[in-house]
Design a protein around this ligand. Structure first.
Ligand code: ATP
Length: 246
């Protein structure tokens, strides 16, 4: 285990009726790290994000953020402490413009003077490459822009820890390259990141370390190079018939 981790889950379990979504999941992430979270469909990745962000309560185990137990806190309380997330299916306020969506998240994040919030919203939209969409209603955005807005809204809460749930899913190769660069810049600005990602080029290219879930259990942890060679991962992911490649 890492000393002084930013986030640590200890023996986290989650069941839905008879379904075991998470079993005894213990891992940590250190400040400034990009941690990749991968695993086949239904492995429990999004459930793990729900439990960290407070959308779901774990059935067992605990979660600590900056050494403080947060398991009993509501999602908004965790967000105020610095835990922000995106959703696999973007969830903007669809009748609001792109700019207004980011303003809502900024207002939630802190009580700064309205004028400076507008400047900050413009700055965030430019960081994610969304300026030209600022006055569009979010409902009219194409998928790539909706994914960027999801990222912008999370950034607007001024997170210390950012949980990215498949931000690359469904995007074109050039959009993936763009978002990869944005994520690098977000990390360089001091934000720690955990990313669920099926786009292997992205997760292998960005992550310092990767953890792998399979049937709710953590089956491997290591550098991208180690993970691509890991027998248990190859077996879980691809039924042993192929390689996990960058
Ligand atoms: N609210 C729920 N009620 C019942 N079962 C659930 C619920 N949420 C998740 N599950 C089940 O828990 C398991 C883990 O689901 P989860 O969505 O966390 O997987 P995942 O790794 O994120 O999958 P994917 O890559 O397809 O998004 C699955 O078997 C899923 O059907």
């Amino acid at each position: 285990m890492i000393s002084n981790p930013l986030l640590e889950t200890k023996n986290v379990g989650k069941t839905f009726g008879g379904v075991i979504a998470l079993k005894d999941v213990s891992f940590s992430v250190s400040e400034g790290e990009i941690l990749g979270l991968i695993g086949p469909n239904g492995a429990g990745k999004t459930t793990l994000f729900h439990v960290i962000a407070g959308k779901e309560q774990p059935t067992s185990g605990t979660i600590e953020f900056r050494g403080r137990g947060i398991t009993a806190l509501r999602p908004d309380q965790r967000c105020h402490l610095g835990v922000a997330r995106t959703f696999q299916i973007p969830q903007p306020f669809s009748q609001m413009t792109v700019f207004e969506n980011v303003m809502v998240a900024l207002h939630f994040g802190a009580g700064v003077h309205a004028r400076s919030l507008e400047d900050e919203a413009t700055d965030i939209l430019s960081r994610v490459g969304l300026n030209r969409w600022a006055s569009e209603e979010s409902v009219s955005l194409p998928l790539g822009a909706r994914k960027k807005l999801e990222l912008a809204r999370a950034l607007a809460t001024r997170p210390t820890l950012l949980l990215l749930d498949e931000v690359m899913g469904g995007l074109r190769p050039n959009e993936i390259t763009e978002i990869m660069e944005t994520i690098r810049q977000v990390r360089a600005s001091g934000v720690t990141i955990i990313m669920i990602e099926h786009v292997m080029r992205a997760v292998m290219g960005l992550a310092d370390r990767i953890i792998v879930l399979h049937h709710g259990e953590l089956i491997a942890e290591g550098s991208p190079a180690e993970i691509t060679r890991n027998e248990a991962v190859i077996e879980a992911y691809l039924g042993g018939s192929a390689h996990v490649s960058a």
